[in-house]
Design a protein around this ligand. Sequence first.
Ligand SMILES: Nc1ncnc2c1ncn2[C@@H]1O[C@H](COP(=O)(O)OP(=O)(O)OP(=O)(O)O)[C@@H](O)[C@H]1O
Ligand SMILES: [Mg+2]
Length: 366
Amino acid sequence: MTTPDTTPIVVEGVGYEYDSGLSRHHVLRDVSLEIRAGEIVILTGPSGSGKTTLITLIGALRAMQSGSIRVFGSELLKASQAARMRARRHIGFIFQQHNLLDYLSVAQNISMSLSLGQGLSGAGARKRIEEVLDQVGLLAHIDKYPDALSGGQKQRVGIARALANGPRMILADEPTASLDRESGRNVVNLIQTLCREQGASVVMVTHDNRILDVADRILHLEDGQIQSISAAVASSTSQMLKLLNRHDPQAARYMSAFSQALTRVALADGSLDDPERDAIKAILVEHSDMQQAEVDLVMELALSQVMCRSTPAAGAEPLFSPQQRERFISSLHAVAAADGEVSEQELQEIDLIARELGFDTATAGG
Ligand SMILES: Nc1ncnc2c1ncn2[C@@H]1O[C@H](COP(=O)(O)OP(=O)(O)OP(=O)(O)O)[C@@H](O)[C@H]1O
Ligand SMILES: [Mg+2]
């Protein structure tokens, strides 16, 4: 059934379960989302959270069980094989493993996807293959076999193949997982540029926090449901910081101190404007091997910490109400006492915090 529908993908109340012998495993429960035209959406979530299941349902590669998915207006629930084939013509797929056939040349691999689509033949097909290979910078490799290509080059052939039919939607499942940092970045930039040029929407599953910055929107799948953007950001931030800390505690401390110091200086005149933000980011990127997206997170964290440490100006509205102030201080005492005894250092720290926040220290005694 085809209804006029301007939103390319509409997912409503989708559930999915796997039957494994005696037990049933509920993977997706009541998942709803929309993908708009030309939008790049990144889908994150822990391993086993159902990302591949969801993306293969949207791509009509797997039969639905419940809910509704409309792909360019066509309902996929209870759709026939033939109807699912038709829906797939609008979609280009990019997988974690490039999925090229080793016994076919680059050109033949791409022509496989052309023959599923518009059915171009002969000279028309060859011309289209040359065009897409040129777009991914691999025209010179057109008659090579996959064995003769690097991992990044194979993945770029995978992109060319996905784009060959001029799809309106690209579904990519961990397209950078088998690549090193630089080739991964190049592959993602390429997907972004080509999809923008063609006006195609993208849904990309990734575990790679370093490429989150290409997204117009991030969706986070956990416990079978789509979580809020703040949950996604919090989860990836804490994941990233933990990783950094475990990997290189010295670097983590340095970056944290560095970003706080830079932010404090910029904030000293009372406001942080865009040129100051850009300057801080540029310095952090230059002095670490963090990506732009990671630097943004570290900087926003530093900013929120520095903002609550800066002394309120004289005569300004007090930061907290008297009740909040009281709860704040008694909570500090509760934490100090949590290990069974309150030390002198802990009391001094509470006093220091109270003074930094401009509290009346008489009330800070507890
Ligand atoms: N064919 C299957 N039969 C039974 N259970 C399955 C099958 N495929 C996947 N599952 C289970 O469904 C859950 C979701 O799998 P899915 O592949 O969608 O996760 P994912 O989010 O893509 O994980 P990853 O990040 O590791 O790729 C997992 O618990 C998995 O074990
Ligand atoms: Mg997966």
